[in-house]
Design a protein around this ligand. Structure first.
Ligand code: SAM
Ligand code: SF4
Length: 329
């Protein structure tokens, strides 16, 4: 799958549910309305979708959400997709999770072939963690992170950088991740979906975060070849990697190799644009994959060159109306 700008599409992110057991302030409002369960693709349909993309050249699959580990029987999906790792058709099967369910799932995920995992953690302080996630239990997530480490999963911590919320603990996070052997990636808040609050107050440019970190740590840029938006550095003092995802201040679209599938079978060719393709209808029209493959090819041809997120201070409207939990992070 090569798009009109010559980018080979090899990375698929799949949101397996829009539901979540947390309500992070930058992601959801507390009274979120979720999709009726009957609109979701079944796990068998998700497997068929993913397997078709793999047949078409996808090498890396990330399962996300909402919270992927709250989807009923989701482990079965990992176990069945693991077959593509065994044949070599797929290079990597991974997930992004809030960590609440990891104490239970870390080992079986590792057994299914998952080697690396992204875990979101915005604070090391239990009270603050609760304020950010509204419903979260910090100890439960830390237990989950420890279980992932113990199961042999390579852990990357994702931290959303928020002004006046967690900006005073970034040094501590670098220190802790370095000591635990985890990569750490800072993320800027993106204007996605109505959250019943004002995002402009939370926005903290990572250029500032990085400059502040560099007054304490020696961060040396290292090449990143994932085609993703993260820019990585190596921290000399801890030996760990520290990355920065800067969709608001940095243009990473030229190397974008990914597309995103929602839990209802809608394919978004760009996280920051509204254009999308319905793949559920072609999937359900026939048991053969021919119509689905055609629809995927038609969609890839429409992948835009890039996005242009802005947080509009005058209108205070999200740049993209759907929540991050719909297309997955
Ligand atoms: N529930 C899982 C989790 O939290 O890791 C997976 C889905 S979540 C939508 C994926 C990532 O997106 C998380 O790291 C989260 O912090 C991030 N995220 C959610 N909404 C965001 C926003 N508006 N701006 C920036 N990052 C966001
Ligand atoms: Fe749930 Fe993840 Fe969104 Fe937090 S960021 S509310 S954990 S989907």
């Amino acid at each position: 799958m090569i798009d009109p700008f010559g980018r080979a599409i090899q990375y698929l992110r799949v949101s397996v549910t829009d539901r979540c057991d947390l309500r992070c302030v930058y992601c959801m409002s507390e009274d979120m309305t979720f999709l009726p369960k009957n609109e979701l693709l079944s796990l068998e349909e998700l497997d068929r979708m993913c397997s078709t993309f793999i047949e078409l050249g996808v090498k890396k699959l990330r399962i996300t959400g909402g919270e992927p580990l709250v989807r009923k029987n989701v482990l079965g999906l990992f176990e069945s997709l693991g077959r593509h790792l065994k044949t070599g058709a797929l290079n990597e099967l991974t997930l992004t999770t809030n960590g609440t369910q990891l104490a239970k799932f870390a080992e079986p995920l590792r057994a299914a072939g998952v080697e690396r995992i992204n875990i979101s953690l915005d604070s090391l302080d239990a009270t603050r963690f609760k304020t950010i996630t509204r419903w979260g239990n910090h100890a439960q997530v830390i237990d989950g992170i420890r279980a992932a480490k113990a199961a042999g999963l390579k852990v990357k911590i994702n931290t959303v950088a928020m002004r006046s919320v967690n900006e005073d603990e970034f040094d501590q996070l670098v220190d802790w991740c370095g000591a635990e052997g985890f990569d750490l990636v800072f993320i800027e808040t993106m204007p996605m979906g109505d959250i019943s609050g004002d995002r402009t107050d939370q926005y903290l440019p990572l250029s500032l975060v990085r400059a502040r970190l560099e007054s304490r740590w020696t961060l040396t840029a290292i090449p990143d070849n994932t085609g993703g938006p993260a820019r990585y550095t190596r921290c000399s003092e801890t030996g760990g990697r520290v990355g920065f995802i800067t969709p608001m201040t940095h243009n990473f679209c030229e190397s974008c190799n990914r597309v995103r599938l929602t839990c209802t079978g809608t394919l978004y060719m760009c996280l920051g644009q509204d254009d999308a393709a319905d793949l559920r209808t072609p999937l359900r029209t026939s048991e053969s994959n021919a119509a689905l493959i055609n629809a995927i090819h038609d969609a890839i041809v429409r992948k835009p060159k890039g996005h242009d997120f802005i947080i509009d201070r005058r209108q205070n409207k999200p740049a993209v109306n759907r929540h991050m939990s719909v297309t997955g992070g």
